[in-house]
Design a protein around this ligand. Structure first.
Ligand SMILES: *Cc1c(COP(=O)(O)O)cnc(C)c1O
Length: 244
């Protein structure tokens, strides 16, 4: 032991935070999934978490993700793409991932559906919403999310699972609550507009990160995306990797 906090200890702490937040919100234990965001961290760090039982991993940068997937091909992991998507990069995403959280326009959805290999389960998709209407951010406008969701729901290669957002950063984690609440309200509204079979599997709110997962869970998150609290501080700036 070298005094460093182990992957196992970090994972236990994050799981405890999630369960404490569920309990405080009166939500059942196990009702929030943990997505481990490994961007900028190498395959051995992911392998260490996988050895502790973590199965869902999120990646932002396609080339980095594909290299790690090759190194970890002996493990049975569930891979989530959570970065911006260029339309000429959809094929490897459709082929190599189980989930995509960042579908923000019809064209990307169409391509992912058409490129999903026959014989694989449909790709699970969240529509990314630019919930604070930030000029610099990815995600569709809140007013367009319903139409995009219904478009995704109708595509054969995709299963619409819910909404995702990255709210504008706030100094106090509590200040993000209204943005999370708006995403939850938007999801309820969209759910009622879907045909019954699609509404039944529209159950995901992908929101909350290391700093604000408690707030997100209180506002209804079903998947929290956690990097720093599991892997430590990133030394490379996010975005330094090859963009997707
Ligand atoms: C990096 C990233 C996260 C994790 O952020 P942390 O603050 O390190 O927990 C979550 N979601 C997305 C989309 C990210 O890019």
């Amino acid at each position: 032991m070298n005094g460093e906090i182990s992957a196992h200890q970090r994972l236990m702490r994050v799981r405890e935070r999630i369960e404490a937040a569920c309990s405080a919100a009166g939500r059942p234990p196990g009702s929030v999934g943990l997505l481990a965001v490994g961007k900028t961290f190498a395959a051995p760090a992911i392998r260490a978490l996988a050895a502790c039982g973590q199965r869902d991993f999120g990646e932002n940068y396609l080339q980095e993700a594909l290299a790690k997937q090759r190194e970890l091909a002996d493990l049975d992991l569930c891979w989530h793409f959570i970065g911006p998507i260029q339309s000429n990069k959809t094929r490897p995403i459709a082929e190599q991932f189980d989930w995509v959280h960042t579908v923000d326009r019809d064209k990307i959805a169409d391509r992912l559906s058409a490129q999903r290999p026959a014989g694989r389960a449909p790709l699970a998709v969240c529509v990314q919403v630019n919930i604070d209407d930030e000029a610099s951010k990815h995600g569709c406008a809140p007013a367009d999310a319903g139409a995009l969701a219904r478009h995704v729901a109708a595509l054969p290669g995709l299963t619409l699972r819910g909404l995702m957002a990255i709210p504008a950063p706030q100094v106090q984690p509590e200040a993000v609550a209204p943005a999370f609440a708006r995403l939850a309200a938007l999801a309820r509204e969209i759910r009622t507009s879907l045909p019954a079979p699609q509404a039944a599997v529209f159950d995901t709110l992908s929101m909350g990160m290391s700093a604000d997962l408690e707030t997100a869970i209180r506002e209804g998150a079903t998947i929290v995306r956690v990097g720093t609290a599991l892997f430590g501080e990133r030394t490379r700036r996010a975005g330094d990797g090859a963009a997707a």
